[in-house]
Ligand binder design. Structure first.
Ligand code: SF4
Ligand code: SF3
Length: 427
């Protein structure tokens, strides 16, 4: 444990073995876990509020959860596990609310083939999750020849009809957040960071990096009140990119699109032509073990479908997986907050096959990096999903006591090797 939140803290520096107040290590870690999960919920809740929607019960949960972690309030090992599951419920509500707000504002996503690579002319590269920011920027780029490119978690924007309608939305540059220092340096464009996972800039692009609103990074200029003029002016001042050879990647598989395929999917499952669905999803990180996820997808049997969301998709979304009688074998459902789409899809599959969630031929293989992934993990646990794989490393705040609970109650399994894990699942 590591706690230095009150003046009683050991040696005036930190309680690391046990709290002077009586808090034990497992309680401290469960409190940390709760705070991490609430940070994730707050990120999504913030975007909901930007789009004008809120849910009193989510706000109440955040207040209660934070109060619980105050000094000498709650040392119960059972209560804090329940609160973690409650955080999963609050995150379920907030992801659902955000999805509905996205659909209300930008339409429901439809499959899109996105051009990857530079096109001729001045450009702006937008990274992060904030679709409202992207929409405002696209509006303000109208009448200019500036091309707007997405990066990392902004890729799914191309699937939303009310964003894709803007001519300036040109394509995608780079992959997940981890390549930003190279991609931002390589392309001479103005850059906008809308949410988390923006790194302090390298000199090569510091003068053309902008953030906005709550996102502030040393060395970057801040856009206020959605006034993107300084960003657009910078893009024009920088001059044009040279066109390079383009490739494409697909995104935008919304719930309605997939449900329209439900009769065909049912037929293929009953005929044994689709054996299993894998949701391979989560964060990307520079950990060398992240190569697991590409290798996993490469080795998924040909009679299985891979669903994905969030930024670990860039590990494998350039693979050509083909289709099973017209059903694409790789379906990108969107951003990390679109985990709600995967959940709604799982519920629909339960109805389609008249099965319980854990009896579905669906295996979830997660990677986590930051606190939104922690909130999503707790959502899946709150829904009772068992037998999930998690990597590339186990959460450091979970000690043996906490891991035992997760293993015994949910059979949450650390990733091993792709081939061994696939064998375990497929039998
Ligand atoms: Fe130590 Fe307890 Fe104070 Fe934390 S709250 S610093 S564990 S005495
Ligand atoms: Fe990625 Fe940060 Fe987690 Fe939104 S952008 S999934 S890491």
């Amino acid at each position: 444990m590591f706690c230095y939140q009150c003046s009683q803290t050991a040696r005036g520096s930190a309680c690391t073995n046990a709290g002077v107040c009586g808090k034990n290590a497992t309680v401290a870690r469960l409190q940390d876990n709760l705070i991490f999960s609430m940070k994730g919920i707050s990120a999504y809740n913030y975007h909901c509020k930007e789009l004008g929607v809120s849910d009193e019960s989510v706000d109440e949960f955040l207040t209660k959860g934070l109060y619980t972690t105050l000094t000498n309030v709650n040392f119960d090992i059972g209560d804090l596990v329940q609160l973690a599951l409650d955080s999963g419920e609050a995150n379920f509500k907030v992801m659902k609310m955000l999805k509905e707000a996205h659909i209300e504002n930008f339409g429901e996503p439809v499959p899109a083939e996105v051009k990857v690579g530079a096109q001729e002319g001045p450009g702006i590269l937008v990274t992060g999750h904030d679709l409202k920011a992207l929409e405002e920027l696209l509006k303000q780029c109208e009448g200019t020849d500036v091309k707007v490119y997405t990066h990392s978690e902004m890729l799914p924007a191309h699937g939303y009809p009310e964003l894709a309608k803007y001519e300036s939305l040109a394509g995608q540059l780079g992959g997940s957040w981890i390549d930003q220092r190279k991609v931002f340096a390589d392309y001479n464009v103005a850059i906008l960071g809308t949410t988390n996972c923006v790194l302090p800039p390298k000199d090569a692009y510091a003068d053309r990096l902008f953030t906005m609103d709550i996102v502030k990074i040393p060395g970057a200029q801040v856009i206020e009140d959605y006034d993107f003029k300084p960003l657009i002016d910078k893009a024009i001042e920088l001059g044009g990119l040279e066109a390079e050879e383009l490739s494409t990647i697909s995104t935008g598989f919304g719930l309605s699109t997939i449900l329209s395929l439900a009769p065909k999917i049912k037929e293929l499952v009953l005929e044994g032509k689709i054996k299993r669905f894998f949701l391979v999803a989560g964060c990307d990180s520079p950990n060398p073990r992240m190569s697991y996820y590409r290798e996993f997808v490469e080795n998924v049997p040909e009679d299985c479908i891979v669903l994905t969301l969030a930024c670990n998709k860039f590990r494998f979304n350039n693979l050509e997986l083909g289709d099973i009688e017209g059903i694409p074998r790789l379906l990108d459902l969107g951003q990390c907050n679109d985990a709600i789409v995967a959940i709604e899809l799982a519920v629909a599959l339960c109805e389609l096959f008249e099965m319980e969630l854990n009896d579905l031929p669906l295996t979830i293989v997660l990677s986590w990096m930051e606190q939104k992934a922690a909130a999503i993990l707790w959502t899946l646990l709150y829904l009772g999903k068992t037998d999930m794989f998690i990597g590339p490393v186990l959460p450091a705040w979970a000690n043996d006591d906490i891991l035992n609970v997760l293993v015994e109650n949910f059979n949450l399994t650390p990733i091993s090797t792709p081939k061994e894990d696939i064998k375990k699942v497929m039998g």
